[in-house]
Design a protein around this ligand. Structure first.
Ligand SMILES: O=C(O)[C@@H](O)[C@@H](O)[C@H](O)[C@H](O)CO
Length: 355
């Protein structure tokens, strides 16, 4: 098992690479979409989104991907994954819009470039409403600020406006109105087309596509269906296009928030199949429709038990904390991460010693 750190676009700096190295990480997961400029997962509602996407008509170039990899390698770390496509690269893939085929070609180009540069994984979240309706509250130990989700009744959930998807605005000049209702069948058909097109290219390029489950794992949100809101839907996703390149960005927190299934069994099942590309290692209290994110050592999930199962199945991939509560100090994000990384590293070392 390898320890990694996820860094948002504006945090991809030498200083943060060193921070990761100092905390015992060997790998970096890089977010290239410019959300979270303040370096934390923040709340979202009708008025607050993840912002406007910055890459309209501009695919990530081979040069910028290799520059990033080089900068990370220079600090003695590996670049394991790019997490999330930019909505400006694939909004019509998600929304089944007129530019769908052209955008799929763009995604293929990105994957080929990643393969050439040697970045082995791209994490994606096939979701229309995205990570929506979290509130920032002091809900973790000692009053640490973290996010809480409490589902609004369906009729109070605002539909997704035109020009917006996955909680970001890709077209600030879009006409008024909204995308209306999207059914489960429509969404699975869109995913199926996406995977059929992309998985063969990923396979040829030596890149794995890794699916994030729904966060929050509600069956619908903002009148649009969700895909993986129970762990069994991960099986359905994998069966659509069987390939080693069709894999999972396995988010323990999201799985624990689901109402059905057993997370330990899911960890056992998907890790024994070799389907986990990398892991979001975070903890929560509660389940949908109401849960809170908490420190890794105070949630409902027994994180050590999870690691033992991974070890039993010889999981060799990367584990990142994903996000943590903010700690009260001059560097709230870094302190939260250092705490989680220290916890995971100690647990992995202990498990390795007992071999
Ligand atoms: O990094 C974060 O803070 C999260 O928002 C992500 O884990 C997110 O859930 C995934 O990237 C999927 O969009």
């Amino acid at each position: 098992m390898k320890l990694g750190l996820g860094l948002y676009r504006r945090m991809l700096t030498t200083q943060n690479f060193r921070f990761a190295k100092q905390a015992g990480c060997t790998h970096i997961v890089a977010h290239l979409v410019d959300y979270f400029p303040e370096g934390k997962l923040h709340g979202t509602d009708n008025t607050r989104t993840w912002g406007v996407t910055q890459n309209q008509g501009r695919l990530w170039s081979e040069e910028e991907l290799s520059d990033l990899k080089r900068a990370i390698n220079a600090e003695g770390l590996e670049l394991e994954a790019i997490e999330n496509f930019d909505p400006s690269h694939w909004h019509d893939v998600l929304l089944d819009g007129p530019q769908r085929e052209q955008q799929l070609e763009g995604l293929k180009t990105i994957i080929r470039r990643m393969g050439k540069v040697g970045i082995p994984v791209v994490g994606y979240n096939f979701s229309l409403a995205g990570v929506w309706a979290h509130r920032e509250v002091p809900c973790a130990r000692g009053g640490a600020i973290a996010v809480e989700f409490e589902a609004l009744p369906e009729d109070q959930q605002p539909p997704i406006p035109h020009g917006q998807v996955w909680n970001m605005t890709y077209d600030p000049d879009a006409q008024t109105g909204n995308i209306g209702t999207v059914t489960e069948k429509q969404l699975w058909d869109r995913l199926s087309h996406f995977l059929n097109e992309l998985v063969p290219v990923a396979e040829d390029s030596g890149v794995r596509l890794a699916a994030h489950p729904d966060d929050p794992p509600m069956p619908t949100l903002r009148h649009t269906a969700r895909l993986v809101h129970q762990s069994r839907y991960y099986d359905r996703l994998l069966e659509l296009v069987p390939s080693s390149a069709n894999a999972l960005e396995f988010c323990l927190g999201s799985l624990q928030e689901m109402t059905e299934g057993n997370v330990y069994e899911a960890v056992d099942h998907f890790s024994s199949l070799g389907k986990i590309a990398y892991i979001h290692f975070r903890n929560v209290r509660g389940k949908v429709p109401h849960y809170k994110e908490v420190f890794v050592d105070e949630g409902d999930l027994d994180m050590l038990k999870v690691l033992k199962i991974l070890k039993k199945n010889n999981y060799q991939g990367v584990i990142i904390p994903d996000h943590t509560p903010q700690m009260d100090c001059a560097a709230p994000w870094h302190a939260g991460m250092a705490h989680a990384l220290g916890y995971i590293r100690a647990a992995i070392q202990t498990l390795e010693e007992t071999e």
